[in-house]
Each structure stands twice: as structure tokens, then as C-alpha cells.
Design a protein around this ligand. Structure first.
Ligand SMILES: Nc1ncnc2c1ncn2[C@@H]1O[C@H](COP(=O)(O)OP(=O)(O)OP(=O)(O)O)[C@@H](O)[C@H]1O
Length: 810
């Protein structure tokens, strides 16, 4: 009890200390020095501290404003040196207390979490032992202690470090997380994941959502860690509530069930695709591993019984796609319709969510949310009827809306600033859908709008390029990229399933193993494709835009846009499958004359002056085209065959189902001819396949290939190693036999197999000015206009002639 009171007192004192020393904090100084956006709507009632990051130069008005309250920003303030020892002691007491409360909370919340109990027990026992060790260690770190923030003071709990194992983790590497004041168990999980510091979007969102309880609209580049930017505040709040529940139990001696959240839905996260929902679930599970918070996916393709079983476990966090969620909610699924306990409503990839195919279901889900988000009292009658809901849960529901490409109108931003948005208003108020949905979901007027997108909104470590080619040569260039620069994982994006089928078929014939992913595939096949792609470090995935958003697969080095997407947003998301977190990557767009105007508008929307041409070694192209021509012929024959077979099967199946006896009406001669044709085509197919086999059995050779050297693209590292061994062996044999230079086998490996490297070493001269592109676009438009005019002129001429003939006849 005393310990609890001490915790409470110290937590009451904490903010004062922070404010007093706020001026000396370098992080605040840095934030203060960031530029103000004069374009922001000014309002007397504005928060005292407004921060602008990013810009609003894009068409369509991407977010360009961040509002964070200085006082509530929650930065960790260094304590004076003299107080350190005292504070450390107090902190370790607090930590011990926290652990106890937590154990209580965990116990009461769920009895089946033996892992957490065992870990906490162990950590409490070993704490004393490790404390001594730590003191000695701290002495050794005098130099580091001179720094402003003391590591052990600022959050990385000793228990946490004990659990991770000090030999594995250097706690000093995780200092950067301290200012976010996350729960020690969350820090532990973060340390285990090896995330040294929060990403900028996490730094900005966590204080606002976790400590200030604000609604958040967040925009940041692809791969910047947005999942944890909304995931950590959810877990933090659940943990805090548990601790408070534990305190209440201790102080008042009341039943823990009265305060603890047992088996209630606390957070509903909605993502646009199944893969993304499953990925978000996995990501959150990895962080929630040690805190006994259940995270469950609700997506199409999961068996109904399994889904039922998952929901019976009453998960606190549900991540789902709108379709399946609404299907279950509208059927009255018990866990999903008890929404009064919901503390977080999250829309991931929000802009996709409001597009066709999701909007209606999402709207229905939102309409099911309890209305009175602004005043807890309004809802209290309903809430009080549920005895298990603690007063902490009755706090306002938070709405978090995230994407890499969120676009809000300045109107909506003004509204948020003014605090004049209404709940559940009509959809016909003229606002665009994302805003309407946010409002209907209960987005509050003091929402923090955090935009960390750069003017081009593309990931900073992404190198972009293009290849200008004829539409019919796209296959050849794709094959070239995959063969010559296929190191690392590659995703090839198409807009249509027909194109995807065509490419994957051609590439497979050419001996390139590809996986496919599109919306018409069965869920199991989709997941299998993803798994296989993930397993292979040089894997190739051919996908439609179902894979454009959110998918987080490490090691994707290259993204190829075989067909350009319909919007700039989709281009951003597609390209964002590479250059994620701190990695680098490149994107290559294949641009035919059909795509020129689309490409020009893309450049415009990303404020790009120039785009780099992807460097090509044209001497490889004759060989590429030779292979491709064979592959196309093979594809044509096999397609025809399989189509005929399918048609025959269909006919046989249907005729037998209606007990129809079918006879062939072909004459004998016709039948013989057909048979001959089939035989010829099968012979031709065999021949083509053999020819291609010979070609692809050797590395792709340039036109200038010299047979004195074994060189060329497509030499895999393994093949190169084997050839080098062979060369060494030959050389020693020759030296032994007294042969000279003649007969020496020289192996030249690839200098640069990686597309990114090739792009970087290509230099500036291959850059194409956006003005060139604009000029080309103008020419194309002129040409189109002239053709149209010519057609019209001809039409008019014909009409006149007809008239003349008619009147002449009369
Ligand atoms: N603080 C961090 N430090 C290092 N890596 C991180 C950190 N936070 C998240 N990551 C990793 O970064 C990768 C991208 O994260 P995430 O998928 O959340 O990005 P995102 O911003 O949602 O991307 P997208 O807009 O494409 O959906 C993941 O592999 C994640 O594990």
C-alpha cells in the first residue's frame, strides 16, 4: 500500500520536474527550431505549440501539418546528477512495485499466461543478484554517465535487461526509446526485436496517442514503422489500465474483475487486405508476446470454425478486413458487437479503405460504434450495465487513422483545429470520404495531425528509374532486369490479372521461378506464395496491386512497374515495398508510348524534375530477344492446347451430366488432318523447348561475347565459384604439363548484379529531364489531336459526298 502511494506521489510530482527542466532538453530545442508553416490556418485557440514537418506541394493536398502540445509531448527530462542515486533507488522500488501490480493484473486478467508469470517471478528473484553486477558495470561507465540521460533512470527497467540477458543486449543502444516513457515490458519486446530507436513517426505519435490520449491522423513514408506507431499506444494503454486495476485492488481490497479488462474487445484495427491484416497481427503479437494481450486476425479465407475458436478466446485486439469483420458483426458475433468497451478504433492504410469495395462495409462497422465518444457520461448508463468494464475503460475511445498517402482537405484540418466537427453527421456534407469516416468514427477536435511525408512522399532511400520501350518489348526488358540484375528479392507489379498471367507464364518458360499473388487466388495459395517468396533471398513475386500496400518483406531490392498504376498513391505504395525501415532499394518503371502521359503526371505529382533512365547493356538484347521469341512461341502453343483441352473437358462433363451421347461429326479425312496437326504442333513444341533449353543452359551472353572468356550476365555466385574452381584446376594442370597461356580458362564474374548498384554507377548523364517528358507528352497529345481532327474531316467529307449524291439523284 505504501509502495503504491509512493508510486502515485512520485508520478504526481514527475510532470513538474519535467516542465522545470524542459528548456534544457536538446530534443525540445530541436523541435523548437523546426520551421513553422505560414500556410497553416492560424487560430487564437490553437495549441501553444504547433510543429510543421513536410509540405503540401502535392496535388490533392497531402497532409502537411503536425500539432503536438508542448506540455504534453512527454519528453524525458534528465535529472540532476546529485539526485541520480536517490532516484535510481526510488525507481527500482517503483519497478518492483509495478511488477507486483502487473503480476496481479496479469493474474486477474488471464489465468493461462504461465509464461509471463514465470518470467516475472524469475526476474524478481534474480533482480537482487543482478543489481550488484549492474552497480559494478555502472562504475565502469563513468564516461557515459556524464551524458544528459541516465540509462537506468529513464525506463529500460533492470528486470527487462535481466530477462533479455545482458550479454545479448547493450542497454545503452536503446536509450532513444526512453523519452517515449513506454512500459518496461514493451521496452523489453522492442529490445528483443532489435529496434535501436523509435522511427520519427513513432516518436511523434506515441506521446500524442499513448500519453495524451489524443486521436491521431498519421502520415509517413512507406516502411517507416507506422504499425508500431499505433500499436504501441494501444498496448501501453492496456498495460497502464492493468496496473491501475492492480492498484485499486490493493488500495480498496475490491475484486479485480471490477477494474480489470477481462475478455473485452479493446482495439479494433481495420486493414484493407488480408495479407496486411495478418502482417499487422504478427507485428503486434511480437510486441505483445510478454504481456498476455491477445491479438487475433479476422480475415476472409480463415475457416469459420477456426474463426469461431479464435473469437471464443475473447481477444483484446482484433485486426481485420472490412468484409469479413462486417460479415461477423452483422451476424451478431458476440465478441465483436460488444463495442462499448472499445478504446481504440484504427484505420490502417486509410485512403485505400475508403475506395470502392471497402467503403460500404466500413461505413456499416463505423455505424455500429457507440456514439458518444466525446462524453463518457453519455455512455455511462450503457457501460455501467456491464459490470466487468472498469472506469479506466470508460475513457474516451481513440481514433487513429494512418497511411503513407493520407490526403486531407484544408477544410477538414481547419475543422479539427476549430474543434467544430460533429459526430455521426450525414455523409452528404461535401467532405471527402476519409474525413467523413473519421468524423463518423468519432475523431475528436483536438486530434493530432502528424505528417512526416517529404514533398515527393516517396521513401527517402528509394532510387527511382525508368526504361522507355515499346509495349511489346516490356517482356524482354523485364527478363533482362531479372536475369542481369536479379540479386535480392524483386516484386513485379501489374495492374491486370491477365498481364500477370502472361508474364508469369513467359518467365516460367524461360526458366525463372516466380510466385504470383492476386485477388482471385485462394487464401491458402496467397499465403503460400508469400511464404515461398519470403523464404527465397532472390525470390521473384509477380503481383497485382493487392500486394501494393503495407506488405513488409525484408530484402526486397527491386520493384518493377510492368504496368503503371492508376494513381500516384498506388505508385508510392508499390515502390514502398522496397527501401523499407533503414534499407535501400530501387524501382524501375517500364514506360511505353501508352504510359508517357501517365508517367509525366506521376513525375509532376512527386515534384520530380528528373527521373533516371535505368542503364541498359544493349549488347545483351539480341540474345534476350532470341530467347523471348522462343518462349512466346512455346507459350502460344501450350495455351492453345490447354484451351482446347479445357473446352473438350467442359463439353464432355456437361454432356455426361445430362446423359447426352456425343458423336464426332468430323469426316475421316478431317479427323486424320486434326491428328496430323496435333502431332506437328507437339513436334514443334518439343523442338522449341529443346532450343530454348540450350540457350538458357548458358549464361546470358552479350553480342560481343568472346569464347576465350567465360563471361556474361546471369552467372550465379554458385556457378561463378564452380567455374573459378575449374579454371584454377585447369591452370594448375597446365602449369604441371608445361603448357603456356594457351588453353587458360578465364572466368569473369559479374561486377554488378544488383539493379540499385547498376543505377548508381550509371551516373548523372542518363537522367531525363521532366521537361523532356513534358515535351514528349505534348507531342503525343498534338499527334492524337491531329488524328482526331483528320478523322473528323474525313467523316464530314464522306457525309457531304453522300448528301451530294442524294440531292444529285433527286
Ligand atoms: N523503431 C524501429 N526501428 C527499426 N525498424 C523498425 C522500427 N519500427 C518498425 N520497424 C520495422 O520497419 C519495417 C516497416 O514497418 P511497418 O510495416 O510498420 O511500416 P509502415 O510505415 O506501416 O509501411 P507501409 O506504409 O508500407 O505500410 C518492419 O519490418 C518493422 O519491423
Amino acid at each position: 500500500m505504501e509502495a503504491a502511494a509512493a508510486t502515485a506521489n512520485s508520478s504526481q510530482r514527475k510532470p513538474k520536474r519535467k516542465r522545470a527542466s524542459a528548456k534544457s532538453d536538446p530534443e525540445l530545442d530541436r523541435l523548437d527550431s523546426l520551421p513553422w508553416n505560414s500556410a497553416l490556418p492560424q487560430n487564437d485557440d490553437d495549441d501553444a505549440f504547433s510543429l510543421f514537418i513536410g509540405s503540401n506541394e502535392l496535388e490533392g493536398g497531402f497532409l502537411s501539418l503536425e500539432e503536438i502540445d508542448e506540455a504534453e509531448y512527454g519528453l524525458s527530462i534528465p535529472e540532476p546528477e546529485v539526485d541520480k542515486r536517490k532516484t535510481k533507488k526510488k525507481k527500482s522500488e517503483q519497478n518492483e512495485n509495478v511488477k507486483k501490480q502487473q503480476q496481479d493484473g496479469v493474474d486477474s486478467a488471464c489465468s493461462d499466461d504461465t509464461v509471463v508469470e514465470a518470467e516475472l517471478d524469475e526476474s524478481l528473484k534474480s533482480k537482487e543478484k543482478k543489481k550488484k553486477k549492474k552497480k559494478t558495470k555502472n562504475k565502469k561507465k563513468d564516461a557515459r554517465e556524464d551524458q544528459t540521460v541516465e540509462p537506468s533512470d529513464a525506463g529500460l527497467d533492470t528486470n527487462v535487461k535481466d530477462d533479455i540477458g545482458e550479454e545479448d543486449v547493450d542497454e545503452t543502444e536503446f536509450y532513444a526509446w526512453n523519452e517515449l516513457r513506454l512500459h518496461p515490458l514493451l521496452l523489453k519486446a522492442i529490445c528483443k526485436l532489435g529496434f535501436k530507436e523509435p522511427t520519427p513517426i513513432q516518436k511523434a505519435c506515441i506521446p500524442a496517442a499513448a500519453h495524451q490520449g489524443k486521436d491521431v491522423v498519421g502520415a509517413a513514408e512507406t516502411g517507416s514503422g507506422k504499425t508500431l506507431a499505433f500499436g504501441l499506444p494501444i498496448l501501453q494503454r492496456l498495460l497502464e489500465e492493468r496496473e491501475k486495476a492492480g492498484n485499486m485492488v490493493g488500495e480498496r481490497g475490491e475484486e479485480p474483475e471490477k477494474y480489470a479488462s477481462t475478455g473485452l474487445l479493446r482495439a479494433l484495427i481495420i486493414a484493407p487486405t488480408r495479407e496486411l491484416a495478418l502482417q499487422v497481427t504478427d507485428h503486434l503479437k511480437a510486441v505483445a508476446k510478454h504481456i498476455n494481450v491477445r491479438v487475433t486476425p479476422i480475415v476472409g479465407g480463415i475457416l469459420a470454425e477456426k474463426q469461431e475458436r479464435l473469437l471464443k478466446a475473447k481477444p483484446e485486439i482484433v485486426v481485420g478486413t472490412p468484409g469479413r469483420l462486417w460479415e461477423l458483426m452483422s451476424a451478431g458475433e458476440k465478441h465483436l458487437v460488444e463495442l462499448h468497451s472499445l478504446s481504440f478504433f484504427v484505420l490502417d492504410e486509410a485512403d485505400r479503405m475508403v475506395q470502392n469495395g471497402h467503403f460500404k462495409e466500413l461505413q456499416s462497422i463505423i455505424d455500429m460504434l457507440p456514439m458518444s465518444n466525446n462524453s463518457a457520461e453519455d455512455n455511462s448508463q450503457h457501460v455501467q450495465s456491464c459490470v466487468t468494464v472498469s472506469s479506466y475503460q470508460r475513457k474516451k475511445r481513440q481514433t487513429l487513422v494512418f497511411s503513407a498517402t493520407v490526403a486531407l482537405s484544408s477544410d477538414f484540418r481547419k475543422k479539427l483545429k476549430r474543434g467544430s466537427i460533429k459526430q455521426k453527421q450525414s455523409l452528404t456534407d461535401g467532405l471527402n470520404s476519409i474525413e467523413t469516416l473519421s468524423e463518423r468514427a468519432g475523431m475528436r477536435s483536438n486530434a493530432a495531425i502528424i505528417d512526416l511525408t517529404n514533398p515527393s512522399i516517396l521513401a527517402t532511400k528509394l532510387e527511382e528509374s525508368f526504361i522507355e520501350c515499346r509495349e511489346e518489348d516490356k517482356d524482354a526488358y523485364l527478363y533482362y532486369i531479372l536475369t542481369v540484375h536479379g540479386q535480392g528479392r524483386t516484386i513485379v507489379f501489374c495492374t491486370s490479372i491477365a498481364a500477370l498471367r502472361h508474364i508469369s507464364s513467359i518467365l516460367r518458360i524461360l526458366g525463372i521461378n516466380v510466385w504470383t499473388l492476386h485477388a482471385q487466388m485462394q487464401q491458402r495459395a496467397r499465403l503460400k506464395a508469400m511464404d515461398r517468396f519470403r523464404e527465397n533471398e532472390n525470390g521473384i513475386l509477380v503481383a497485382t496491386d493487392v500486394a501494393a500496400r503495407g506488405l513488409d518483406i525484408p530484402g526486397v531490392r527491386t520493384v518493377v512497374h510492368y504496368q503503371l498504376p492508376h494513381s500516384a498513391e498506388v505508385y508510392v505504395h508499390r515502390s514502398g515495398r522496397t527501401a523499407r525501415a533503414s534499407a535501400e532499394g530501387c524501382s524501375i518503371a517500364l514506360i511505353s508510348s501508352r504510359d508517357t502521359s501517365k508517367f509525366a503526371s506521376l513525375c509532376k505529382s512527386f515534384s520530380k524534375d528528373n527521373f533516371q533512365r535505368f542503364p541498359l547493356e544493349n549488347s545483351y538484347m539480341p540474345e534476350v530477344l532470341k530467347r523471348l521469341s522462343l518462349a512466346r512461341q512455346i507459350d502460344k502453343i501450350t495455351r492453345k492446347d490447354s484451351q482446347e483441352k479445357a473446352e473438350k473437358n467442359w463439353f464432355d462433363r456437361n454432356s455426361s451430366s445430362v446423359e447426352l451421347v456425343t458423336e464426332s461429326y468430323d469426316s475421316e479425312e478431317e479427323q486424320v488432318n486434326k491428328h496430323k496437326q496435333m502431332k506437328a504442333s507437339s513436334r514443334q513444341l518439343k523442338k522449341l523447348q529443346e532450343d530454348l533449353k540450350i540457350l538458357i543452359s548458358r549464361p546470358l551472353q552479350s553480342k560481343t561475347f568472346s569464347h576465350r572468356y567465360l563471361a556474361g550476365a546471369g552467372v550465379s555466385p554458385l556457378m561463378q565459384e564452380q567455374l573459378q574452381q575449374l579454371a584454377r584446376q585447369k591452370l594448375s594442370d597446365h602449369q604441371g604439363s608445361g603448357l603456356g597461356k594457351k588453353g587458360k580458362l578465364v572466368v569473369i564474374g559479374q561486377d554488378c548484379v544488383d539493379a540499385l548498384q547498376a543505377l548508381r554507377s550509371a551516373g548523372e548523364e542518363v537522367r531525363m529531364d521532366a521537361k523532356d517528358l513534358a515535351g514528349k507528352q505534348r507531342n503525343m497529345q498534338n499527334l492524337k489531336r491531329k488524328r482526331k481532327e483528320e478523322k473528323k474531316r474525313l467523316r464530314d467529307q464522306r457525309r457531304k459526298q453522300k448528301k451530294k449524291l442524294k440531292y444529285g439523284d433527286e
